[in-house]
Design a protein around this ligand. Structure first.
Ligand SMILES: Nc1nc2c(ncn2[C@@H]2O[C@H](COP(=O)(O)OP(=O)(O)OP(=O)(O)O)[C@@H](O)[C@H]2O)c(=O)[nH]1
Ligand SMILES: [Mg+2]
Length: 219
């Protein structure tokens, strides 16, 4: 008779993200991959640090292209995590130099994606810790909060504020969103000092693996 052993270990989150690989670039709804594997999207104003954060979380320096010039990510970029799902780098909003027609195209695509994409397991919103919850951030959240799915806020460039300012801003942002009733997490984050990186890896990882455990079945 076979004896089955079943062990559960905590997921090694850095290794979980390190397998990320570029998958596909999309610039219209029809180009989205078929619904299926879980997706976690990264949204935020242009220059908030989305692409940099994806590189730091995955420990892959040039996975998502970063830039000193706002508006660098103008497409939706999918990064695969093996069979676990996808990290999705969304185009930044609020970049003044974009022509109006292009802005409208993106606004519609983003609104649609946020409000209707079934595979979207949760949203990571990145906001510069010095300018949180701008009107455009609030509009984005209005599209997504009604879905009552988890939201993780990364308050980026935390290295630009002192400790007191970081904690106070995190408190204010949490306070502003707590009434929405969604599972919410607010993390001061810096790709430079690495503050918040481990916490973000674990919380984002749990959107793919809610139990947070690695299950090995041996016979
Ligand atoms: N001080 C500091 N600067 C950062 C941090 N993260 C990103 N930056 C800088 O912010 C700028 C924009 O970063 P990106 O990651 O390209 O921003 P993005 O949100 O992807 O921008 P778009 O692609 O335009 O939407 C770059 O010059 C980064 O070096 C951080 O944690 N601290
Ligand atoms: Mg970018």
């Amino acid at each position: 008779m076979n004896t089955e052993t079943r062990t559960e270990a905590t997921v090694n989150w850095p290794a979980f993200f390190q397998r990320a690989q570029f998958h596909i670039t999309v610039n219209e709804r029809a180009g989205l991959p078929p619904e299926g594997l879980a997706e976690v999207a990264f949204a935020g104003r242009s220059n908030a640090g989305k692409s940099t954060a994806i590189n730091v979380l995955t420990q892959r320096n040039r996975l998502a292209f970063t830039s000193k010039t706002p508006g660098r990510t103008q497409h939706i970029n999918y990064f695969g995590l093996g069979e676990e799902g996808f990290l999705v780098d969304l185009p930044g909003y609020g970049y003044a130099e974009v022509p109006k027609a292009v802005k409208l195209h993106w606004q519609k695509l983003l609104a649609d994606y946020m409000a209707t994409r079934h595979s979207l397991a949760g949203l990571v919103v990145l906001m510069d810790i010095r300018h949180p919850l701008t009107l455009l951030d609030q509009q984005l959240l209005e599209w997504f909060l009604p879905r009552q799915k988890p939201v993780i806020i990364l308050l980026t460039k935390a290295d630009k504020l002192g400790r007191g300012g970081r904690l106070e801003t995190a408190r204010q942002v949490r306070q502003a969103l707590v009434d929405s009733g969604v599972p919410l997490s607010v993390i001061p984050f810096s790709s430079h000092s690495r503050e918040g990186v481990e916490q973000a890896q674990e919380e984002i990882g749990r959107l793919f693996r809610p139990s947070g455990t690695e299950i090995t079945v041996g016979i």
